[in-house]
Design a protein around this ligand. Sequence first.
Ligand code: ZN
Length: 255
Amino acid sequence: MTLVATEAVVLHAFDYLESSRIMRLITRDAGIQSVLARGARSSRKRFGTSLDVFAQGTAEYSTRPGRDLNTLTAFDVTRARPELAADISRFTGACVLAELALRFSSDEPHPRLFDAFVAGLDAIGAAEADDTVSRTLGAAWHIVGELGFAPALDVCANCHTPLADDARTPFSHVAGGALCDRCARLVPGAHPIPPEARAALAEWLAGSPVEISSAAEGRAHQRLLREFLDQHLSEGKKLVAYSMWEREQLLVTNH
Ligand SMILES: [Zn+2]
């Protein structure tokens, strides 16, 4: 048995038997981990009062070789993040980040991914209603980049020719990014994207904020990211939280 103490955020939690909870955590030092919190429902004292989704703190758990479910021994919550649950746009955005982390990362240590995830939750939690989509897009692309799937943006994804900053360039999910005009003729299904969209992707991948200017632009970016995830990460399995996020934005912006 080994005891582990690491910074962690709750991604998913459900009741188990009469008094316990099982949680999926993203941790700074051990990637994604599942933990059993024995007695979490019968004794609030033991794990604090806010072991809900998106709570962050120091998790302590014991592991055994060959076992996937660890035993949580303590969780000191430092950030409960009630601001995410207080607003539906923030909440659906945060759920998109959780889905990306749960579906596409592993139990390998990845501190930079953890930091990108936490920075994303903080950005979404502080967002006004109009900004939640761009903050979510930014955090999601930052996570995609940390997972190792950043698209080519300033050079052609196929032949690596530099692309002019102000050019409207074809973008191909299959090829893995922007293309020069010559290569675009060889790759079916490439769609042009404006230079501002390409610049926004570059900023988001670097973890920098970019606000988008209209709901239509937000929807175009949501579609671009969904198609990119479908091509490179989700292997044909639907992203449930992502679909909810897109539907929710459609409802909001059609009013
Ligand atoms: Zn090319």
